[in-house]
Design a protein around this ligand. Structure first.
Ligand SMILES: Nc1nc2c(ncn2[C@@H]2O[C@H](COP(=O)(O)OP(=O)(O)OP(=O)(O)O)[C@@H](O)[C@H]2O)c(=O)[nH]1
Length: 407
């Protein structure tokens, strides 16, 4: 899969809200896996996983052989890349705290998970305060505002020179603007969409005012750097009402109740063979013949009562699935060589799982696997229906398919 890159998701938030706990929980596997999906993993990068029902179940197969990620009890865990973005404080866009580092990290991300302390026990500077005394709605507004100010700053830098150059050379404004912000991993279509939406397409660049940059940045963030809210510390009673308030205040953004600490504890306990637990599940089982310490018993009881029974899961897995499916509108597809055995040419069952746009054509997916495969693309065959899929067809979630190419 030479051209395939998994989605890159930034995990952002103030200090002390549980961002590191979330990151550790999301990147810890409950089973030993030997494969390393991507060649270079930098210090603040980690692998998280989208959880889906593995197609091997639908086809009545016993197991599969993932080249990356893993499969546990029929649940396929498909890798994505997570980026632990440096902690954020007000003024970060001006370089305060680790501001510049934070912003550099965010440039590359396709979307971000905003971890907040939903219990209201961390103030705006990231210092602990009595639970319920800080309003997490303010926390969200503040961080999103920092992101918008940062984007506006990038867009407006050297604007005078830029606008003179565009106006005197009669360059295409959209192309020039797209070039200017190309370091942000933003699509050209995003720039066009945003300019049209806020009616700035025909305004002379030299007439752009400060509020134009801000509005443009805000809309660009919504389109090109969308986010989800991980309402962490949801196990604490002061979070209950706040979570409902957050959902009402930000109806356009998924708000997921999360207890990162609970998820981390469950994954650790599973790794230590104390419990059976699959990430994202609503239950766990204490293994037979295991003698828990009183402390472990209390902790597991707490998680069961305050988190699993209340919310149906710890929320960590839900956040990852939701950002991939609901926010980025992706699907997972499985290319194979043999549509009857679902194998590659070496006999591995369903070895590859690719996360792609839900509107992608099989030909575009072929190009992610190999440029040559796209060039020689003839058609694909859907392994479930055995029907041909032409260039005009669209992939769907958990599609298993073979690409037929002249090359
Ligand atoms: N009750 C509760 N506490 C949590 C939860 N997640 C994290 N915490 C606690 O919150 C505190 C901060 O957690 P961290 O993960 O270190 O927070 P952070 O945001 O990464 O902070 P920095 O590392 O300073 O940037 C720790 O005491 C955690 O144990 C949770 O789900 N519930």
């Amino acid at each position: 899969m030479v051209n395939y890159l998994p989605p890159l998701i930034g995990v952002i938030g103030k200090t002390n809200v549980g961002k590191s706990t979330f990151f550790s929980a999301a990147t810890m596997t409950t089973v030993e896996i030997s494969n390393r999906p991507f060649t270079t993993i930098k210090p603040n990068h980690g692998i998280g996983y989208v959880k889906i029902t593995c197609p091997h179940l639908d086809f009545g197969l016993e197991a599969c052989n993932p080249r990356t990620g893993y499969c546990q009890n029929g649940n396929r865990f498909v890798p994505i890349e997570l980026l632990d973005v440096a902690g954020l404080i007000p003024g970060a866009h001006m370089g305060r705290g680790l501001g510049n580092k934070f912003m550099d990290d965010l440039r590359k991300a396709d979307a971000f998970i905003l971890v907040i302390d939903a219990s209201g026990s961390t103030n705006e500077e990231g210092n602990p305060v009595p639970p319920g005394t800080y309003d997490p709605i303010e926390e969200v507004k503040q961080i999103i505002n920092e992101v918008d100010l940062w984007l506006a700053k990038i867009v407006s830098s050297d604007w005078q020179k830029f606008s003179v150059s565009v106006e005197t050379s009669r360059k295409n404004f959209v192309d020039a603007l797209y070039d200017k912000i190309s370091g942000l991993s933003i699509k050209r279509s995003h720039v066009i969409e945003v300019l049209e939406r806020i009616d700035l397409t025909n305004k002379r660049p030299s007439n752009w005012k400060e509020e134009d940059f801000y509005i443009f940045a805000k809309e660009l963030r919504k389109t090109a750097k969308p986010h989800i809210i991980a309402a962490n510390k949801a196990d604490l009673p002061t979070a209950y009402e706040n979570i409902e308030r957050l959902k009402k205040e930000f109806p356009e953004v998924p708000v997921v109740p999360v207890s990162s600490e609970s998820e981390l504890a469950l994954r650790k306990a599973a790794k230590m063979n104390l419990i059976d637990y699959i990430p994202g599940d609503s239950i766990f089982f204490i293994k037979e013949n295991v003698k828990l310490t009183p402390q472990q018993e209390v902790a597991l009881k707490y998680i069961e009562e305050k988190v699993l029974k209340r919310y149906g899961s710890t929320g960590v897995q839900k956040v990852i699935n939701s950002i991939i499916y609901d926010v980025l509108k992706k699907v997972v597809v499985f290319p194979v060589e043999d549509i009857n055995k679902l194998t590659d040419k070496n006999g591995n069952i369903l070895p590859d799982a690719l996360i792609v746009d839900h509107e992608a054509s099989p030909k575009v997916v072929a190009g992610l696997i190999h440029t040559e495969l796209e060039k020689g693309f003839q058609y694909a065959i859907d392994a479930r229906t055995k029907q041909k899929m032409g260039e005009g067809s669209r992939v769907y979630d958990r599609l298993v398919f073979k690409i037929v190419s002249t090359i």
